[in-house]
Design a protein around this ligand. Structure first.
Ligand SMILES: Nc1ncnc2c1ncn2[C@@H]1O[C@H](COP(=O)(O)OP(=O)(O)OP(=O)(O)O)[C@@H](O)[C@H]1O
Ligand SMILES: [Mg+2]
Length: 260
């Protein structure tokens, strides 16, 4: 459903991500791991057509359901983003406007993609919050982002991203700002969403433990290139890459249990 073919991404004509290949099937979860600056965010922003700093895909192609995303017009992107392809960020609280209650932002978001009344959009928002097991959706809709905990804000972000049952969900460090218990809950909820909606997910994470726990496929990046890639078990148990082995050794244990 998503295919990156020999993709090179450059900032100001300097190639930063080189020869990136990935093929993701419907309903699968893929993680991209690697140290800071390896190009993880660059890759998923390219998929969403939202590269910052004048970044451009200079070689290769990105296909979504067989169609090149690189040729999309502004209008085509407007229809696609937030509906078929959506994104959640490291701290959704930081992405939302702090001075407006969640409900107003949620309603506005829904109404940019669907022609429904404010009341219906409000109800739809509450339904999504409840799906993410956020109790008293009405209270949350009336809250300002800063009034919620980091974990709640992240669930709100996921609820918003899932509103239109995207075929592809991109998540950049979705749990890194959270404590380990909340991290585990959010990861499990994302897996449930995949099971329920058959959404394909790409997760960017520093944490190979998280990647190992939730992914079908893992891509390891270093300095803008893929240094290792394979099914979860391959990466965890049979990788020949010294770099991957180093990352695995660095995974901390949680409550005495190692995730990998
Ligand atoms: N807006 C930008 N303008 C110019 N160069 C950029 C920009 N964003 C990223 N880069 C370049 O791309 C490289 C990879 O950055 P990227 O943000 O993709 O890494 P990352 O793997 O997501 O790192 P982190 O784990 O710290 O988030 C950077 O080292 C930098 O050289
Ligand atoms: Mg990043």
């Amino acid at each position: 459903m998503l295919e990156l073919k020999d993709v090179t991404i450059s900032y100001k004509n300097r190639p930063t991500v080189k020869n990136f290949n990935l093929s993701l099937e419907q309903g699968k979860i893929c993680s991209i791991v690697g140290e800071s600056g390896s190009g993880k965010t660059t890759v998923i922003r390219a998929v969403l057509g939202l590269l910052a700093g004048g970044g451009k895909v200079t070689e290769g192609d990105i296909l979504f359901e067989g169609k090149s995303l690189l040729k999309n017009t502004r209008e085509e992107w407007r229809k696609l983003r937030g509906t078929d392809i959506s994104m959640i960020f490291q701290d959704s609280g930081a992405m939302t406007n702090q001075t407006r209650v969640i409900g107003k932002q949620f309603v506005e978001y829904i109404r940019t993609h669907e022609d429904i009344s404010k009341k219906d959009a409000w109800d739809k928002g509450i339904k999504m919050l409840e799906r993410m097991r956020l109790p008293s959706g009405d209270n949350i809709m009336k809250s300002y982002p800063f009034q919620l905990s980091g974990g709640m804000r992240q669930r709100v972000g996921i609820a918003m991203a899932m509103t239109f049952q995207p075929k592809l969900l991109l998540a950049d460090e979705p749990t890194s700002a959270l404590d380990v218990t909340t991290q585990a809950q959010i990861v499990r909820q994302m897996m449930e969403l995949r099971d329920e909606y058959k959404t394909s997910i790409i997760v960017v994470t520093h944490n190979l433990g998280v990647a190992a726990y939730m992914s079908d496929f893992i891509v390891v990046m270093k300095d803008g290139e893929i240094v290792d890639a394979g099914g979860r078990d391959h990466i965890l148990h049979r990788s020949e890459s010294e770099y991957t082995k180093g990352l695995l050794d660095a995974v901390p244990s949680l409550g005495g249990v190692r995730y990998v």
